[in-house]
Ligand binder design. Structure first.
Ligand code: PBG
Length: 339
């Protein structure tokens, strides 16, 4: 007598429509946050060679990217500024007329409340030594003196119109001083997206080109060590206690265990940042014809969401949003049917 498997999980994988029915994770444009670079003094968008398809924007092309992001219904746009002049204290980041702050204002004026405007709150793009804070006389980043600058930066970014500020410098106590500075300046409604578990990662390599980073050395004295998992919980709990409205894990792809842990303990939305090196690896393999670019991008974003991210910062945000729209179109019914 023939025996049959009592359980047949394959039943629910039979057709695209059935798989769609039972999918636990769906990508939506609103889950995706687009990081953008705007460089002072640029007259036309400048390609970033290690990130094919990503550009340093001019102040004008930035507005087109923002329009596009708003029309696509993305979750937000995250601004990084590249000043033409840098100094030891990162003054250009504190200047209301500096490239980042005036770009926040311009984007906010353009998109209004249609798209959350987010700003990177860190000094590394503005310092001539490329570190995320000011240095002490040993050349180490001085945590507490840096906090004062972050507090001022937060108030300036909020005054420019940022809906969300995103401190990425990994200084101890940064969320607390930023919350206080925002509240003192009357910006109670500006939210903090804290880079809580941010690792010292070689995957940030192409970003350094993207922002023309002046960094020599590394950030291992302030960003987390890749070997550590428990510490991510500690960092998250501290940021939550200090008033973070959202928390982030960064990088994403190689840190899905961390993301899962953080999502478990956080009672706020959790973001993950698919960083420049993750983008570059996909692009390089796809350019060689070694992987299916679109499939890998969507799979990587699905995996990040599945691990626990409510939103993903990704350089693919606009393109992926277009793909998601296409895939949802009923016109794709005939093309996605398979035996
Ligand atoms: C710091 C910052 C970095 C990135 C985002 N914010 C660089 C760093 O910490 O060294 C990296 C993002 C990426 O690699 O895509 N302002």
């Amino acid at each position: 007598m023939a025996t049959f498997p009592a359980q047949r999980p394959r039943r629910l994988r039979r057709t695209p429509a059935v798989r769609r029915l039972v999918a636990e994770i769906r990508l939506h444009p609103a889950d995706l946050i687009l990081p953008v670079f705007v460089r002072e003094g640029l007259t036309q968008p400048e390609p970033i060679s290690s990130m094919p398809g990503v550009f340093q924007h001019t102040e004008k092309s930035l507005l087109q990217a923002a329009d596009d992001a708003a029309l696509l219904g993305l979750g937000g746009i995250m601004l990084f500024g590249i000043p033409s002049v840098r100094d030891a204290h990162g003054s250009a980041g504190l200047d209301p007329e500096g490239i980042l702050n005036r770009s926040i204002a311009a984007v906010k004026e353009r998109v209004g409340d249609a798209l959350p405007v987010m700003s990177d709150l860190c000094l590394d793009e503005f310092t001539d030594h490329g570190h995320c804070g000011v240095l002490d006389d040993q050349g180490a980043v001085d945590n507490d003196r840096t906090l004062g600058l972050y507090a001022r930066m937060a108030a300036v970014q909020a005054a420019a119109g940022a809906d969300v500020v995103a401190p990425s410098g990994m200084m101890d106590g940064q969320v607390e001083v930023i919350r206080a500075a925002l509240d003192d300046a009357g910006h109670q409604n500006v939210a903090i997206l804290a880079y809580s578990a941010k690792y010292a990662s070689a995957y940030y390599g192409p970003f350094r080109e993207a922002v023309d980073s002046q960094l020599t050395g590394d950030r291992r004295q302030y960003q987390m060590d890749a070997a550590n998992r428990t510490e991510a919980i500690k960092e998250t709990e501290l940021d939550l206690a200090e008033g973070a409205d959202m928390v982030m894990v960064k990088p994403a792809g190689s840190y899905l265990d961390i993301l899962s842990d953080v999502a478990e303990v956080a009672d706020v939305p959790v973001s993950a940042y698919q960083v420049s090196g993750e983008y570059a690896m996909i692009e390089a393999a796809a350019a060689n014809g070694w992987i299916d670019r679109r499939a890998v991008v969507l799979e990587s974003l699905t995996a990040i969401r599945r691990a626990g991210a409510t939103s993903v910062l990704t350089y693919y945000a606009a393109e992926a949003a277009r793909w998601i729209r296409e895939d949802q179109s009923p016109l794709r019914r005939s093309t996605t049917a398979e035996p």
